[in-house]
Design a protein around this ligand. Structure first.
Ligand code: FES
Length: 98
């Protein structure tokens, strides 16, 4: 199990490798206003990965295409519905401007 820390609340959750970040985030009680069913089509799961980016699953074409069209994207950006936990701890930031 790896530890996911969610900012700005500071909540933490133990998460099994392979779990989608959106499941871990919503399972901890945080909300992401997903309207696409976690298919990478609504921008609602745009998060910043503050620590542990390299342990996450690699971004696929769908995620890259969606991120390309989102305002405010940075090198820390991932879609929580597409990124899956790895073997190491991760810290993410839920974006208030989404
Ligand atoms: S939940 Fe819609 S883009 Fe990730």
């Amino acid at each position: 199990m790896s530890v996911l820390t969610i900012m700005p609340s500071g909540k933490t959750a133990e998460v099994s490798p392979g779990t989608a970040l959106i499941s871990a985030i919503t399972g901890s009680g945080e909300s992401l206003a997903c309207t696409c069913g976690g298919q990478g089509g609504c921008e609602a799961s745009h998060i910043f990965v503050l620590e542990g980016r390299k342990t996450l699953s690699k971004a696929e074409r769908t995620e890259h295409a969606m991120l390309d069209g989102i305002v405010g994207v940075s090198s820390k950006s991932r879609l929580a519905c597409q990124a899956k936990m790895g073997e190491e701890d991760v810290t993410v930031e839920i974006l208030s401007f989404v």
